[in-house]
Design a protein around this ligand. Structure first.
Ligand SMILES: [Zn+2]
Length: 379
């Protein structure tokens, strides 16, 4: 599929292993993506993917923004004052040269796996306070498509991924919305992008109400493929929404999510990544129905039909890069080598300690070794 040469920043890319650096960069170059933000998620096997992201940013410092994940060990060891530890970790991440923070903690499956306390309760309070005070950008995954809670409506691929949440053992999605909105009521200036359109693509009036209430709240366009089917139901209404909230919508694709989730062993694939770009850019730029020329992962099969809303160029410039630059800075922050080496040492010690309480952990610290090697030579 052919697209106009806009300046593009992809705000939502997963980078699950340092070995994927070159394939990722060459895919993005082929697709004309100028900069990217790597979002780090907690990792059951290797504990933290922060070292891998630091390595990528170290290799391409002017092109990579880094959204570090929280160190989740306080949840397992000192739950009551975890929020204070998280607040201090905001300073640590900023000190390394991270551009923001990514939280996957609002995905229902993660909330079941880890003892994550209520977001609006006392544990997290010092953490939100710190984020708001520092104006540290946050990319926050809260909930999942609403049909994942509904036995009759959940798509079979989602059920196969283990994302059926309606059996009473997972947090309710409305309960999570309430918790997060309570946090925003306390900190209306919190700088946040809710990933995947906050999973409200079928409830645009509701989302509009939140965007009106919280001036620093944004949403990203990362599929959630259901989003693009929801958008296609009332294309004119969707387009009006995009025009009205053109300053609050941010481009992202979730490239690398397959490598992160499916563990196929093939890493970040060009075909699947290009399909993601086609879904999002086709929707924004094309007029009317279009079909993918690349094959995606979790994309509803080849019969899936997509619909474009053909936005004006000046709106596209905002969605493709200007909104993100206002959110996270016009250029990525500089890395601090000494601080990175110190954090590597700490992470290694945590992995050695926590292996005993987290049964899935492999104790693999090769990415820490890689980072240490890289940054001690470039001092
Ligand atoms: Zn993601």
């Amino acid at each position: 599929m052919h697209f106009k040469p806009f300046k593009i920043i992809d705000s939502h890319i997963h980078f699950p292993h340092y070995a994927f650096a070159e394939p990722l960069v060459s895919i993005l170059a082929e697709a004309g993506v100028e900069k990217l933000a790597v979002v780090c998620t907690p990792d059951e096997k290797r504990f933290s993917l922060l070292p891998d992201a630091l390595y990528l940013k170290g290799c391409y410092p002017g092109r990579v923004y880094l959204f570090g994940g929280l160190d989740i060990s306080p949840l397992l060891m000192t739950l009551d004052n975890a929020g204070e530890t998280f607040a201090r970790y905001v300073d640590v991440l900023a000190g390394l040269g991270a551009d923001g923070i990514k939280m996957l903690e609002g995905k229902a499956e993660m909330r079941k796996r880890l003892p994550i306390p209520d977001f609006d309760g006392p544990v997290y309070a010092p953490y939100w306070e710190k984020l708001a005070e520092r104006q540290m950008p946050l990319i926050f995954h809260v909930n999942d498509p609403e049909e994942f809670w509904d036995e009759k409506k959940i798509p079979s691929w989602a059920r196969e991924m283990g994302w059926y949440y309606g059996d009473g053992t997972y947090i309710d999605n409305e309960a999570q919305y309430r918790q997060v909105l309570n946090v925003l009521d306390r900190h209306p200036d919190l700088k946040v992008i809710f990933a995947h359109f906050f999973f409200l693509s079928a409830q645009l009036e509701r989302l509009a109400d939140y965007l009106d209430r919280y001036p620093n709240m944004h949403v990203d366009l990362t599929p959630g493929i259901e989003m693009y089917f929801n958008f296609a139901v009332h294309p004119q209404k969707t387009r009006d929404f995009f025009i009205k909230y053109q300053d609050r919508i941010v481009y992202g694709t979730d490239i690398g999510a397959q490598a992160l989730l499916a563990d196929t062993g093939v890493g970040i694939e060009a075909e699947e990544s290009l399909a993601r770009i086609e879904v999002v850019r086709g929707f924004l730029e094309k007029e009317g129905p279009f079909q993918l020329t690349h094959e995606g992962f979790l994309f509803g099969g080849p019969q899936a039909r997509f619909l474009g809303i053909h936005l004006p160029d000046q709106v596209l410039e905002k969605i493709y890069h200007q909104n993100f630059e206002r959110f996270a800075g016009a250029v990525p922050k500089l890395l601090d080598n000494a601080a990175i080496l110190e954090e590597c040492q700490r992470l290694e010690a945590v992995i050695n300690t926590i292996g005993a309480v987290m049964p899935g952990m492999t104790g693999d610290t090769s990415s820490i070794t890689k980072v240490r090697d890289f940054f001690s030579h470039s001092i």
